[in-house]
Design a protein around this ligand. Structure first.
Ligand SMILES: Nc1nc2c(ncn2[C@@H]2O[C@H](COP(=O)(O)OP(=O)(O)OP(=O)(O)O)[C@@H](O)[C@H]2O)c(=O)[nH]1
Ligand SMILES: [Mg+2]
Length: 237
């Protein structure tokens, strides 16, 4: 039996994307792969669309409490461990992350603990985003790398593949409610010494639906990086 892969798709109002994305992932015909959509009770029809698929490989984790990319991510990780995943992949549900990279990640993960789809290594492509969005990504990464001391180029990419041991090791130590979960997971894995490989990604702009990332979340993200570093220093004292 092939090792089990679970793809986590956090969604909030992704009715234009979710069905096509699920079909594109399943069309890869990867053995022993399941999908968990973690939806925060989207007021559009996202959860209904997932339910209607009635595919035994596709699960819906409907969250009705507080909304948040981080809370959804943590719930997804827990569910994937419960379902005995060997590899856990997380990706955005807006087609920014091409499913075609999944087989590449699964090949590479044989030699590493985390494979990270990167917009900032040689060979990656990021032609569709506006220059200002690209600049924000570059500055954000410079800031994150400097404060946290990470050797990773793209610390804000949400397209990653983990060995289950990585998630088991950090799951009880995750607190981020919002999009900063991306950096928290990366930092805490890095501190535990897991081997991380960045692979080049052709990043695409969201084609349909609206972004959930606003200026407030961006500003919050800046302070959270300092908090992560501070908490690490405190623990060591
Ligand atoms: N469950 C859940 N998913 C969320 C939440 N916020 C965002 N997401 C999902 O997380 C993924 C990333 O969010 P995006 O809105 O694409 O954020 P972004 O990639 O920074 O911005 P754009 O690509 O420009 O839209 C998408 O699949 C969203 O649907 C949330 O509060 N709860
Ligand atoms: Mg997106």
């Amino acid at each position: 039996m092939a090792l089990k892969t679970i793809v986590l798709l956090p969604t909030y109002n992704e009715k234009e994307n979710i069905e096509d994305l699920i079909r594109a992932i399943l069309a890869l015909k990867i053995k022993n792969l399941e999908i968990i959509v973690i939806d925060d009770n989207s007021p559009d029809s996202t959860p209904k669309i997932v339910k209607k698929l009635k595919n035994p490989k596709v699960h819906l984790l409907l969250r009705k409490g507080k909304r948040g990319r981080g809370l959804a991510g943590i719930a997804g990780f827990k569910k994937a461990l419960e379902k005995n995943a060997d590899y856990i992949i997380e990706m955005d549900a807006d087609f920014s992350h091409k499913p075609e990279y999944i087989p590449i990640m699964l090949k590479e993960i044989e030699k590493y603990d985390i494979i990270l789809g990167s917009r900032l290594v040689r060979g990656s492509k990021d032609d569709e985003r506006t220059p200002i969005r690209k600049l924000i990504t570059k500055f954000a990464n410079l800031y994150i790398r400097t404060i946290l001391g990470l050797k990773i180029k793209d610390c804000s990419s949400g397209f990653r593949c983990f060995r289950k041991g990585v998630i088991e090791s950090i799951i009880h130590d995750l607190n981020s409610e919002g999009p900063d979960i991306i950096q928290e997971v990366l930092y805490k894995s890095y501190l535990r010494g897991f081997k991380i490989k960045e692979i080049p990604l052709e990043f695409r702009n969201r084609k349909k639906g609206k972004s959930k990332l606003g200026v407030i979340q961006l500003i919050k993200g800046i302070s959270i990086i300092i908090k992560l570093k501070f908490m690490h220093i405190i623990r060591r004292i």
